[in-house]
Structure formats: C-alpha cells, structure tokens
Ligand binder design. Structure first.
Ligand code: APR
Ligand code: PHB
Length: 395
C-alpha cells in the first residue's frame, strides 16, 4: 500500500486532517486501533472555538453543526453564592463559541469521509512507524484477520492521542516532556434533562469545583471535582446530584432538573506538552503532543489548531514544493499551545480546591476571582482566551 500522508488515529485530529487533505486531493490513509463504534462511544468535550468552527466549514462538515449546535455569547463564573456573566461577544468584538459535542463532530467527519471515499482501516493492531528520519518512511500494522501490512508514505501524522505509538517512536533524547499532574479528577454525568442555565457555569466552592454544561436543549453534561482515588461505582446518581446542588449557587440548585445518567466517568486532570512536536517526517498532532486540564475547554480546540497548521503546511509542500517550511511546524503550533496551557492551568488553579489546609491559597483564589470579575481588563482576559486566541501562521 502507498499513500502521501499516513495518519495514525481516527479521533477528531486524524479525521479532520484526513478530510481537509482529501478535499485538496492529497491522498491519505487513516489507521485506527479501535472500531468506529468504539470511537463514537467516548464522551468528551463540547465547546468549539470560532477557529475550529471555521475549519470544520472548510472541511465541509458544517450542516448538522449549524442545525443542531448552540452558539453561545457568554459564559458564567460562580463563587460565594453569586454568578458573574462574562459577555464573550461584547468583550471580544462579537466572537462566540459553539456548543456541539465532540462525539457529533467525530460522527460528522466519519460520515463525510465515507461519502468521499477516504480510506480508514479500523481495528488494526501493532501500528508502528519506521524510517522516520529518511525520505521514505512507512508504517506497518496487523489487520483484524492477523495479516501484516506495510503502508509506504511521504509523511506520518501522529494523531493517536496521549497513549499512542507516535510519540513513543521518537527517541527519548530527541524530545523533552513538560508535565503537571493535579491531585484530583472530574466526575462527569450525562443526562437527558434540560440544561439548568442557558450558558455554561464554572463554579468554585469550598467542597470543590463544579461545572454546568450541555450538549443540546434537552441533554446536560455536569461535572464535579473529586479526589483521584474516587471510584465511579461509589457515585450513585442520587449522590452526584446531592453533591452537585451543594456546590452551585442556590438559585441554580433550585432550578436543577435531575434525572438518570446516560454515562458517568472520572477523568484525571493533567497538563502535558512535548517539544518539539516533530521528528524527521513524523508530525505529532493533538493529544499525542499535549494535554490540558478541561477547565476552559481547550483540548479539542488545540487539536484543531494543530490540524490547521499541518494541513496548510502539507498544501504548501504538495502545491508549491515548500519543504523549507517543514521545520517550522512544531514552533508554529507550540506558540499557541503554551498560551492555551497557561489559560487552562490558570482557570484550574483559580477554581479548584487544592487541599483542606491551604487557607492562604484559598484566599488568593477568592481575591483573584473578585479581581478578574470586577475589572474590564480581567473579564476581557478570560473572554479572549475562552473564545480562542488567533491561529498562528507558518510564515
Ligand atoms: N494505533 C492506532 N490508533 C491508535 C493508537 C495506535 N497505537 N493509539 C491510539 N489510537 C487511536 C485512539 O483509539 C483514538 O481513536 O488514536 C485516536 C486518538 O484520538 P483522541 O485521543 O481523541 O485524540 P485527538 O484526535 O488528538 O483528539 C483531541 O481533545 O478534547 C480533547 O481528549 C480530547 O480526544 C480529544 C482530544
Ligand atoms: C463539556 O461540556 O464536556 C465541557 C464543557 C466545558 C469544559 C469542559 C467540558 O470546560
């Protein structure tokens, strides 16, 4: 088998890159370890920045997003039993975010790929890139019948997430990892109940952080900060709702409509970046290269901005022979990534409970929230980061 770009992983990064390249006539094959149904069963984030929305339009997958997605002009912070609205549109010259689940984005991209004949191999095992430092790299894999295949290519896009093989294929002395692990996780609950408010609410509370989010006008997504060692089996729906009501402002708790959960899971919080994001003819994209804690909804959006950079790079390489731009991939991505890492870390630090003893830290959080929400400059800082900083260009 032969292709121009071998893409490892059919998450949002791999599928979006594949679709954009396909539309430019750049041949690509996606290799995915899981089945399509499994990929679609993972419940993930749901807030898209304008830049990602525009990129999805360019990829031709905007129809269902426009019909079913919910554009949001604002977001709320809650603390001390009060709510402060951040007027995203007003503070950023009209920018919005789009509430549309990652699962839906993934489904739309899978359908578009099927419609335009894009090649995806699901349920392949032992995916392994080779000869990345030569100009003839290739990827080997074993299909579900146990047969080994070789895919020759010009470039490899490592879109295989945090646990994927791509980053692990780079010799340890050629990359540096930066990491911060937080001492808590988020317990998420999905339910077919109307959202408690029109906009998302990020709530700080002495008992821990809580978030009110949504997937549609009839489906809600709520989160609770929990200790890392907590087990999801120990959280009945009743216990979740009880705890949730204690952490959000009273008027929110009074309006909350509870119901049985469709899904419940715990995710640890982590900040992680690898530098550089490339090695020979391998490019790391999305979660394969970086992780942010979910406070701020940047994970999926960062994946999209990497895809934007790699896509435009590949078009320049194949159309204009601009191979001189290849070394610029990593630095172009990282400029934006580090700023989103900073925002996600800052929002996490300001809104979560860190320990029982840390009284000084707790007062610092209160003072910071009081300051940023009481100042036009503070509110603007949150707003411009939340809607997404501008995409970096290669030149
Ligand atoms: N071989 C083939 N496929 C693999 C391998 C491997 N060795 N390892 C992982 N994969 C697949 C996974 O099964 C998954 O479908 O790669 C895909 C990676 O997808 P994601 O983890 O979703 O990562 P990405 O596409 O970069 O998406 C960005 O942003 O909101 C966050 O974490 C959220 O998934 C989201 C991410
Ligand atoms: C979600 O809806 O899953 C969600 C929204 C905002 C976040 C994180 C997760 O910051």
């Amino acid at each position: 088998m032969k292709t121009q770009v071998a893409i490892i992983g059919a998450g949002p990064s791999g599928l979006l890159l594949g679709q954009l390249l396909q539309r430019q006539g750049i041949d690509n094959v996606i290799l995915e370890r899981r089945s399509g149904d499994y990929v679609l069963s993972r419940i993930r984030a749901g807030v898209l920045e304008q830049g990602m929305v525009d990129l999805l339009r360019e990829a031709g997958v905007d129809e269902r997003m426009d019909a079913e997605g919910l554009p949001h002009d604002g977001v709320e912070l809650a603390f001390d039993n009060r709510r402060v609205r951040i007027d995203l549109a007003g503070l950023t010259g009209g920018k919005q975010v789009m509430v549309y689940g990652q699962t839906e984005v993934t489904r739309d991209l899978m359908e578009a790929r099927e419609a335009n004949g894009g090649k995806t191999r699901y349920e392949v095992d032992q995916v392994q890139p080779h000869d990345l430092e030569t100009d003839r790299p290739y990827v080997t894999f074993v299909d579900k019948h146990g047969e080994t295949h070789r895919l020759d290519c010009d470039y490899v896009a490592g879109c295989d997430g945090y646990h994927g093989v791509s980053r692990q294929s780079i010799p340890a002395d050629r990359i540096k990892e930066f990491e911060r692990v937080y001492p808590f996780g988020w317990l998420g609950l999905l339910s077919d109940t109307p959202p408690v408010a029109d906009e998302l609410i990020y709530a700080r509370h002495e008992r821990g952080f809580a978030l009110c989010s949504m997937r549609s006008e009839t489906r809600s997504r709520y989160y609770l900060q929990v200790p890392l060692e907590e087990k999801v089996e120990d959280w009945s729906d009743e216990r979740f709702w009880e705890e949730f009501k204690r952490r959000v402002p009273e008027d929110v708790a009074a309006k909350l409509i509870t119901g049985s959960s469709l899904e419940k899971s715990i995710a640890p919080l982590r900040s992680f970046v690898v530098e550089p994001m490339q090695y020979g003819r391998l490019f790391l994209v999305g979660d394969a290269a970086h992780i942010v804690p979910p406070t701020g909804a940047k994970g999926l959006n960062l994946a999209a901005s990497d895809v934007n950079t790699l896509y435009r790079l590949m078009v320049k390489v194949y159309r204009e022979g601009r191979t001189d731009l290849i070394p610029r991939y990593s630095e172009t991505c990282l400029k934006r990534i580090w700023k989103a890492e900073r925002f996600s870390w800052w929002m996490t630090s300001m809104l979560h409970k860190f320990s029982d003893e840390e009284d000084f830290g707790s007062r610092m959080q209160q003072a910071e929230l009081d300051y940023v929400t009481g100042s036009e400059a503070g509110l603007t800082t949150i707003a411009e980061n939340y809607v997404g900083l501008p995409y970096e260009s290669l030149e």
